[in-house]
Write a protein that binds this ligand. Structure first.
Ligand code: 13P
Length: 246
């Protein structure tokens, strides 16, 4: 099980260190892999605060190039220099607000893997896709375009995060049954493209309005291997309650 907090554009440097310390202090011993992804400007502070804890720090995004004329961007080697080897790629906000395409994401995936980083790869349908009953097709397409050029070995460094866009920040979560249905479809798609062993070994997280009150039901589904948490990751108590549900 993995529980990862995507902080999005929240918390300054001081608050970043405080929140990580608060989570670490009360986390206790857990088998769950716990990650937090603060904004890039606070990654150094976060890495420092997470030192000697069981919390992994992840970046929310990165560029595919090693360095160069890419104003406002950060590279894999800059992350690695801070000891950060996990990165979220393909979040729906990057896709829809910042225009990141499947093609761009495939390049970022390759760059992260070339640097031996672990990727939390996000994807998920929009409300109109689900209403038009093409959500399975949309998800399969996002996986195909972003990841299916990879060989089986590369998948050791991939964590999937299914995040239906209509459930993000809306308070309207997918039902545990809807999450399970999609996660089972994802595993079947991986089995068809690769093999059953690979599909079984991949962690598939659910994201979209996961809260302390619904986490247990969602995580109890057989194909749900944890969660990618937005709003509820910003309060230590809520985040810890979700970690405990896992
Ligand atoms: P919320 O938990 O705030 O709905 O956000 C989910 C998300 O986008 C995590 O990446």
């Amino acid at each position: 099980m993995i529980v990862a907090g995507n902080w999005k554009m929240n918390k300054n440097a001081t608050e970043t260190a405080e929140l990580i310390r608060a989570v670490a202090a009360d986390m206790g011993n857990t088998d769950t892999r716990v990650m937090v992804a603060p904004p890039s400007i606070n990654l150094a502070v976060a890495a420092d605060a997470a030192k000697n804890t069981n919390i992994k720090v992840a970046a929310q995004n990165m560029h595919f190039a090693e360095s160069g004329a890419f104003t406002g961007e950060i590279s894999a080697s800059m992350l690695l220099h801070l000891g950060i080897d996990h990165v979220i790629l393909g979040h729906s906000e990057r896709r829809s607000i910042f225009g990141e395409t499947d093609e761009l994401l495939a390049k970022k995936v390759d760059a992260a893997l070339a640097n031996n980083m672990t990727i939390i790869f996000c994807f998920g349908e929009e409300l109109h896709d689900r209403k038009n009953d093409i959500h399975f097709e949309v998800v399969k397409n996002q996986l195909t375009e972003g990841l299916f050029h990879l060989d089986s070995k590369s998948w050791q460094n991939i964590i999937l995060a299914y995040e239906p866009v209509w459930a993000i920040g809306t308070g309207e979560t997918a039902s545990p049954e809807q999450a399970q249905e999609m996660h089972a479809f994802i595993r079947k798609t991986l089995t068809d493209k690769y093999d059953a062993a690979l599909a079984e070994n991949i962690s598939i997280l659910y994201g979209g309005s996961v809260k302390p009150g619904n986490a247990k039901d969602i995580f109890s589904k057989p194909d749900v291997d944890g969660g990618l948490i937005g709003g509820a990751a910003l309060k230590a108590d809520d985040f810890l309650a979700i970690v405990r549900s896992a």
